[in-house]
Design a protein around this ligand. Structure first.
Ligand code: FUB
Length: 376
């Protein structure tokens, strides 16, 4: 998404060079990631799941006991970094699978290419997947020929693909970052939206306004732009209702405001259920946190509870949360391998709940004291 410089102590070398007007050398799309001059690998809480392609925005699912990760497939392109994420020029999806966390990771072949999606033009951003009655569904945002983000669906009998796209995007869809949650009664809900380059602010009435704001509503003292949710039809291919705005409230029951950049919704919706409660989590974008809010219904309202992950290396932060083998896991991404926001790598770490159901905040870097202790 957009580029905005982070504090110097976490600013990657590449971003410093860019800020100074220096051009970064471009590599081939599938080039072997090169180690960038920055932190030592031991300073990161966890290591990249794969190193032969760049991946981001990991949506993890467990099907038949096996873990599948549906990430964005980052590539290096010619577009300079901008606030609207023009530098995220992804053209296809590759799916990851593993039998166990910590075990070998298989990188699947191309599962869906933009050239095989009749309505899409470019920028295959963060996807998600779902399963129903023997079919796997891949949900993905892409820009259409008019430059508006829409959300498409593609189907396959194999979780690794290849997927075949529907000829048109989901009717009435807009913006980015679809995440599909299936509740215990079998109903599936799709969450989506993202401000700035994700164009939510240009779709306030569900109709794309190419001349709309570049950032948000520009009203810091009004409720922030809300992520959207819609129940899916039984065949998983369309919205069964007009998408609803999701309310995210503070502990006094007031909506989070547009100026509350530490807590308000930016992008990267995810829904999971823990002990009967609905956990809606998301990225705060320009403040770089992954945060969560809890409610009693998949539609919300949700009450803001706190941070899941402190800022990672790189501008974006995007995640999924899944239960596997009796433990809960946070899949996330940073820019460890490349030092560049546009070339990210997915990771996983265990997530812990407190007895009251709140989530313990994770630091993506190893605390110095702990590292020194481990070295002795
Ligand atoms: O990967 C492209 C975009 O960056 C995603 O759609 C956002 O969530 C952010 O990670």
């Amino acid at each position: 998404m957009p580029i905005k410089l982070r504090p110097l102590e976490v600013l990657p070398l590449a971003a410093l060079l860019l800020a100074a007007g220096c051009q970064q050398p471009r590599t081939a799309n599938e080039a072997e990631p090169k180690a960038a001059a920055k932190r030592d690998a031991s300073e990161y809480l966890s290591q990249p799941l794969v190193t032969d392609i760049y991946t981001a925005d990991p949506s993890a699912h467990v099907w038949n006991g096996k873990i599948y990760v549906y990430p964005s497939h980052d590539i290096d392109g010619p577009t300079p970094e901008d606030d609207l994420g023009g530098h995220f020029e992804m053209r296809d999806y590759r799916i990851l699978s593993m039998d166990r966390i910590g075990g070998p990771v298989t990188v699947g072949p191309v599962a869906l290419d933009v050239k095989d999606v009749p309505w899409a033009d470019k920028q295959m951003w963060a996807p998600d997947a779902a399963y129903k009655n023997g079919t796997y569904y891949l949900y993905f945002p892409a820009k259409d020929k008019a430059g508006a983000f829409r959300i498409g669906v593609a189907t396959s009998k194999d979780p690794m693909g290849p997927f075949k796209a529907q000829p048109q995007p989901i009717k009435g869809s807009y913006s980015i970052d679809p995440a599909v949650f299936t509740d215990d009664d079998g109903s599936s809900y799709i969450y989506f939206g993202g401000i700035w380059g994700g164009q939510l602010q240009r779709n306030v009435d569900g109709k794309y306004d190419p001349n709309g704001s570049k950032t948000d509503l520009g009203q810091d003292d009004k409720p922030a732009l809300a992520p959207r949710v819609a129940k899916l039809t039984g065949d998983m291919l369309e919205f069964s209702e007009t998408p609803r705005a999701i309310q995210i409230l503070d502990d006094k029951g007031k909506p989070l405001l547009g100026g509350d950049h530490d807590r308000r919704f930016f992008e990267a919706s995810w829904m999971h259920k823990y002990k009967g409660k609905y956990y809606f989590s998301y990225s705060t974008g320009d403040t770089h946190y992954l945060v969560y809010a809890v409610g009693d219904s998949p539609y919300g309202p949700f009450t803001y509870k706190g941070r899941i992950l402190e800022p990672v290396e790189g501008w974006t932060t995007h995640h999924s949360i899944v239960e596997w083998n009796g433990k809960w896991w946070l899949f996330y991404a940073d820019s460890q391998l490349s030092g560049q926001t546009r070339l990210r790598n997915v990771k996983v770490t265990e997530l812990h709940y407190n007895p009251d159901g709140t989530i313990r905040t994770i630091n993506p870097f190893v605390a110095k004291a702990a590292k020194d202790g481990a070295a002795h």
